[in-house]
Design a protein around this ligand. Sequence first.
Ligand code: PMV
Length: 327
Amino acid sequence: MPQNLINSLIPHKEIQNTSGQGTAPVNIALSKYWGKRDIPLNLPTNSSLSISLPELGTKTTIQLLDAAQDKVILNNKEQDPTSIFATRLSKYLDFFRPANQSFLIETTNTVPTAAGLASSASGYAALVLALDDLYGWQLDKKQLSILARLGSGSASRSIYEGFAIWHKGEKAEGTDSYAEALDHPYPDLRIGLVKVDVSEKSHSSTQGMQHTVNTCHLYQNWPAQAEAQLQEIKQAIIQQDFSKLGATAEHNALSMHATMIASWPPILYWQAESITAMQKVWQLRETGTEVYFTMDAGPNLKLLYLQADSQKIKQAFPAIQELAPFQ
Ligand code: PMV
């Protein structure tokens, strides 16, 4: 149960400051997490590897509130307490809440919420950092990563800048499933966001994953493939082998989407423009520009390329948002 795990991690439940603050980056998985072996504990079927984007993320402030219920402000707009966003947040805060204590949570994203750009990852990582500040726990990164994981699986990786590996862990109680930094900067690496549609997504990641696990016959091959590709990407990062990094990340993302498409009823997050963008990437590769893509539970592409090709990529994708994770 999450409560037992949380009680074993936090030193106390007495609030020590009047407010707490946290900021965390979004992260893009290069080797994806898809499938849970335990839903309440957010324990994954496979490990994953990500890159954080420090230019995009979430800033959260939490304060005590003298009211009957929490007040949640997202991007300067007060949220309806019955909305999915506010309900999920308040349910998570229940694990930490002293009796009858309400909170004011103000959170600002520099990334569109629920657009497949992992705002829940930076959101829950920032919230855990804000709670650590409010309660004065001074938890280490491993403990923070486990707490963030309980809010949203991929949030376990947003505790770090640079590359991070979320170890799936083996234990039923979830104490060995946390992310760690892979400390190998890659200064020339660029991530380009190709935004196809930034409106709310049709299926949440949890629904999408579990539907795939339950109905897709191809899924049984996924965990072993994902573990092997994670190791290949890790080696490629250490060796600065961009071709291997990009090709393995693209293959991994398309394999994850293949399991969704082969579910029944099928899940397809792509739109027509997503496919147009994929074909443009493949054409660029055929003509000698090394660019690859990855995609999450949404229609948007994240391109991977090196700084030397930045101009060519911007010409091909004029609306691209380029990020330099190590600058
Ligand atoms: O942690 P969630 O529920 O947002 O799931 C993330 C799932 C993917 O973005 C598709 C893959 C990943 O590893 O980030």
